[in-house]
Design a protein around this ligand. Structure first.
Ligand code: CDP
Ligand code: CDP
Length: 221
């Protein structure tokens, strides 16, 4: 039977968003990138304050934040924060450097999780993040923990950045990825962790297409 609610978690650069977006298209499901939501919060914090920021400042930002998701004609997810399209602005190194700190605050998580559960309530949804299988959607029909070695994940990110025209150092990217994974795994609230009933998929030696086929197979199993 086709699984109606699919949760994909895993560390940075494992291929979650690339593959979740493609799988959602194939299955005709809604794709929800929850990392973009935390990035949206971090973006707004940076609009209002200089870094470093404290918890009180982050809390003031989320008090009346409005996050809305939409999709363009190609199925790409767009994110609006207070009605401003920040889909590109949330991908800067500044936002990336702040996002894990913001995402560790329990009030921020409570607000995002509530929104995410509402978005998933009608099913036919594929959601990716760090705590989807363990916390947001514990009753998901299919849970996948997508991972790959840190070297492979850093190489993938570096290739992606170079294709976008950035001059990047793989070792720097690897350091950033490992630091963010550690912050995400060690935080007190909903740390990044494989759910007991999640299927572990190590994609170190897999192509995007192979991972996609496997997820579609599992979704239809
Ligand atoms: O795409 P990338 O792996 O760089 O990260 P992302 O999915 O955009 O997530 C950015 C950050 O948001 C993560 O490093 C986590 O700190 C946080 N996040 C989270 O705490 N919980 C989620 N469900 C999704 C993301
Ligand atoms: O969302 P997450 O941080 O888990 O990873 P992503 O942004 O979807 O993937 C990072 C990069 O790895 C992208 O440029 C993908 O095209 C690439 N990728 C890959 O080369 N091979 C895979 N099996 C999966 C992803």
């Amino acid at each position: 039977m086709k699984k109606s609610v699919i949760a994909i978690d895993g560390p940075a650069g494992a291929g979650k968003s690339t593959i979740a977006k493609m799988a959602a298209k194939k299955l005709n499901y809604i794709y929800i990138d929850t990392g973009a939501m935390y990035r949206g919060v971090a973006w707004l914090v940076l609009q209002k304050y200089q870094v470093p920021v404290n918890t009180a400042q982050v809390l003031s930002v989320i008090e009346d934040i409005n996050i809305r998701l939409a999709y363009d004609d190609n199925g790409n997810m767009l994110i609006f924060v207070n009605e401003q399209d920040v889909s590109t602005a949330i991908r800067t190194p500044e936002v990336t450097a702040l996002v894990s700190q913001v995402a560790a605050i329990s009030e921020v998580r409570q607000k995002m999780v509530e929104l995410q559960r509402k978005m998933a309530q009608d099913g036919s949804v594929l959601m990716d993040g760090r705590d989807i299988g363990t916390c947001v959607l514990p009753n998901a029909d299919l849970k996948i923990y997508l991972t790959a070695s840190a070297d492979e994940r850093a190489n993938r990110r570096a290739k992606e950045m170079r294709e976008k025209g950035y001059d990047v150092d793989v070792e720097e990217i690897k350091k950033d990825i490992i630091a963010r994974d550690e912050a995400d795994m060690q935080r007190e609230v909903s740390p990044l962790k494989k759910a007991d009933d999640a299927i572990l998929l190590d994609t170190t030696k897999m192509t995007i297409d192979e991972v996609l086929q496997e997820i579609i197979r599992l979704a239809n199993a």
